[in-house]
Design a protein around this ligand. Structure first.
Ligand code: AFP
Length: 347
């Protein structure tokens, strides 16, 4: 969506920004605009709870285990329900999918279905809540492929290249929403007093000069030779001309957001630590692909170490993928190290 801001003193709310973008598409019906508003609303509701997460009544685990085998905390469930309830009745969606739910989330029969598909990770990094570290929501929006009726797996399993819009909300020292509809990346900071997301970061571009690399070094013994050599390279080994600082929050949205604004690369490679997760931990459909879309729109790149994340056709809803994302050159270099050192991983 195109936004020409001529007066630097203008206050641009997210509503105004999305609407301005819609006007540059005369064929637009307003459905996507309203869907994005709804996600911003969900973000405000979730933020109002994450900021109170230290309060006794919502702290602690539910002791339930989600489809990924991870312990679900109360705020995960709250975030999941919030996004679902805000979107189930609007007639904009054919179906939804969430990290927290095993199958497709259908639109209830008493409500109309619409032309979009929404996939989301309601509260990424939730194991960090108890220790007051940022968490985030990630969302991905596609056009449905099927013509009508309830959305199907065919509608869900689309390559990131087909994304219509994607974004994330980071619940950190402030709450920020960052989104793209394919014409640049724009960031909004929530004014908690006014209750509005205000444009604070127009036209985000990943700085050319990277500052950081982010990876869980605790797993380095389980990496392939190529990944080890690449991470050494990021630290200045051999003929490397760079020597980056390491920053790793362990909350994908927070790590990605920092590197998007400050320049750098985030890696969650495949490792041999857990034989049940040979492709790393992160999910293709509602983590890697939407962030890859944002990265590309900001001049960056995302790869699984061999291929552009956006070109991967998913085979299942909760598919995992290795992820290298951030500065284009740094991600291309990761692919190069893997190509040269890990031939067994190339088929
Ligand atoms: P949780 O939601 O269980 O906290 O997992 C967060 C996450 O999926 C992602 O946000 C992080 O980048 C990644 O896991 C961290 O995983 P490690 O602890 O294995 O480094």
């Amino acid at each position: 969506m195109e936004t020409k801001i001529t007066d630097p003193y203008q206050i641009i709310t997210i509503e105004r920004h999305i609407l301005q973008g819609e006007r540059s598409h005369p064929e637009a019906t307003g459905t996507l605009t309203n869907l994005l508003y709804d996600l911003a609303l969900a973000g405000k509701v979730i933020a109002s709870n994450t900021t109170r997460a230290g309060l006794a009544e919502i702290l602690g685990r539910t002791k339930e285990v989600n489809v990924q085998g991870e312990i679900v905390q109360k705020l995960d469930r709250f975030a999941d329900q919030t996004i679902y309830r805000i979107n189930d009745h609007t007639g904009r969606l054919a179906a939804m999918a969430s990290e927290e739910k095993e199958g497709i989330i259908p639109i209830p029969e008493n409500y109309p279905t619409g032309k979009y598909i929404l996939l989301y990770d309601p509260l990424d990094g939730s194991s960090n809540i108890d220790v007051n570290i940022p968490t985030g929501t990630i969302f991905a929006i596609y056009h449905r492929i099927t013509e009508s009726g309830p959305g199907t797996m065919q509608d869900m399993l689309q390559p990131g290249r087909n994304l219509v819009a994607a974004g994330y909300i980071v619940y950190g020292s402030s709450t920020m929403l960052v989104y793209s509809t394919g014409t640049g990346v724009h960031g909004f900071t929530l004014d908690p007093i006014v209750g509005e997301f205000l444009l604070s970061h127009p036209e985000i571009k990943i700085p050319n000069n990277p500052n950081y690399f982010s990876v869980n070094m605790g797993y380095s013994n389980y990496w392939t030779k190529g990944v080890k050599k690449y991470v050494d390279y990021l630290q200045g080994a051999g003929d490397s001309l760079i020597n980056l600082s390491m920053r790793y929050v362990g909350s994908l949205v927070a790590d990605f957001h920092r590197n998007l604004l400050a320049g750098g690369v985030f890696c969650y490679p495949a490792d041999t630590k857990d034989p049940t997760k040979p492709s790393g931990k992160l999910r293709l459909l509602y983590e890697a692909a939407p962030l890859a879309f944002i990265a590309e729109q900001a001049g960056g790149y995302a790869s699984n170490g061999k291929t552009n994340i956006l070109d991967i056709t998913p085979e299942s809803l909760h598919q995992r993928t290795p992820l290298f994302i951030g500065n284009r050159e740094l991600v291309l270099t990761a692919e190069e190290f893997i190509r040269h050192n890990d031939p067994e991983h190339l088929e």
